[in-house]
Design a protein around this ligand. Structure first.
Ligand code: GTP
Ligand code: MG
Length: 344
């Protein structure tokens, strides 16, 4: 688990976008870069999330991220599926997120689930940036793996740069049609009123340093106050999915955004009828990739601190609802927590 040093938690970053536009590939690229730079152990897979610590972000982003400029501990990414049938998962991801990356294929432009994602981000008032992905597919592209985008742009032919710019300005136009003023991220001064567009390639890693730098910078600048939590406080989170797990029965895949949860905690979860009060039986995290076996995919942990993804095993979860709140009771009256969950 990532340590939320000084009580500042990791911002939760939702990755949203149309099917096949490259959401998972971008996260794979970030994970892959960390492996290459000998930091594989630094990145941890959570249930439904990937935690990337600041040091690793700085290693990937190079001169674009000086770790001394930041006190947030890193970024927690939530991948979401782009297929149209998964709109509830996208909504949950969007509602949980402190900030989002809207991934748009530069060739394909805005598509139905791009628009759906924008609606979610508007409704939840989640600040976001656009990753204009697959720039390496621009005809005549000269790839410069893992470099910042302006550096690789300087090494393209006029014709390739022009082709890419046409696609990028189409995306900026689509954002404008949807009520957002947008520009290339390096021209954006005020990210509160303007959407920054980051040209990237999940294939070559071009622009990935910029993407991480912009996310880190935005979080630090605009979200630091919201990230201040009592890491020892009673945990609060959202159920992403309710799942049967062999040996554990019905379990909850939860993203914890506040406080902590421990194996001796009582929790309250939103249910089909009334809130469910139950005792944690086990807290589970995925095993590191190299250790995954079909029999034992998870390892038990004693405590998880926000922000984190965790699988909670407990009795009586059959009626629990995906999307519902989860609250740790700890030293508050149980009834008060039940009411809080009922109201939400
Ligand atoms: P869903 O989860 O199904 O919504 O898709 P996704 O957005 O996660 O897309 P995914 O990462 O699975 O990528 C879809 C396809 O596009 C794969 O074949 C990738 O290899 C390819 N792809 C993704 N990013 C890039 C890129 O930057 N350049 C190129 N050339 N191909 C890419
Ligand atoms: Mg995917």
């Amino acid at each position: 688990t990532m340590d939320a040093g000084g009580g500042l938690r990791t911002p939760i970053v939702a990755v949203l976008g149309h099917v096949d536009h490259g959401k998972t590939s971008l996260l794979d690229k970030v994970r892959g870069s960390a492996v290459t730079s000998g930091e594989a152990g630094a990145i941890t897979q959570h249930i439904g999330a990937t935690a990337v610590p600041l040091e690793t972000i700085s290693d990937i982003a190079g001169r674009l991220v000086d770790p001394d400029d930041f006190d947030l501990p890193g970024l927690l990414f939530i991948d979401t599926p782009g297929h149209h049938s998964f709109s509830t998962l996208r909504s949950r991801g969007g509602a949980l997120a402190d900030i989002a990356v809207l991934v748009v294929d530069v060739n394909d432009g805005f598509q139905p689930q791009t628009l759906e994602a924008i609606d979610i981000l508007k409704r939840t008032q989640t600040p976001f940036i656009v990753a204009a992905n697959k720039i390496d597919t621009t005809p005549g592209w000269n790839p410069n793996p893992d470099t910042p985008v302006q550096q690789t742009l300087a090494e393209q032919s006029d014709r390739a740069e022009q082709r890419l710019n046409e696609s990028l300005y189409e995306i900026i136009g689509e954002l404008s049609d949807n009520g957002f003023s947008a520009d290339m991220y390096w021209r954006v001064q005020n990210f509160r009123g303007n959407i920054g567009v980051v040209p990237v390639s999940a294939e070559t890693g071009e622009g990935v340093p910029d993407l991480l730098a912009v996310l880190m910078g935005l979080s630090q600048r605009y979200m630091k106050e919201d990230m201040s939590i009592d890491t020892a406080g009673a945990g609060a989170g959202t159920v992403l999915e309710v799942k049967e797990e062999r040996g554990f029965g019905t379990t909850l895949d939860v993203v914890l955004y506040d406080g902590s949860i421990r194996t001796d905690d009582t929790i309250v979860v939103g249910g089909k009828n009334d809130p469910i009060v139950t005792d944690v039986r086990a807290l589970l995290q995925p095993r590191p990739l190299e250790e995954i076996r079909t029999e034992k995919r998870f390892e038990k942990v004693d405590e998880v601190t926000a922000a984190a993804g965790v699988k909670i095993a407990a009795p009586d979860l059959d009626e629990a609802l995906a999307g519902a709140p989860v609250r740790v009771v700890r030293d508050r009256p149980e009834e008060e927590v039940v009411e809080e969950v009922r109201q939400e």
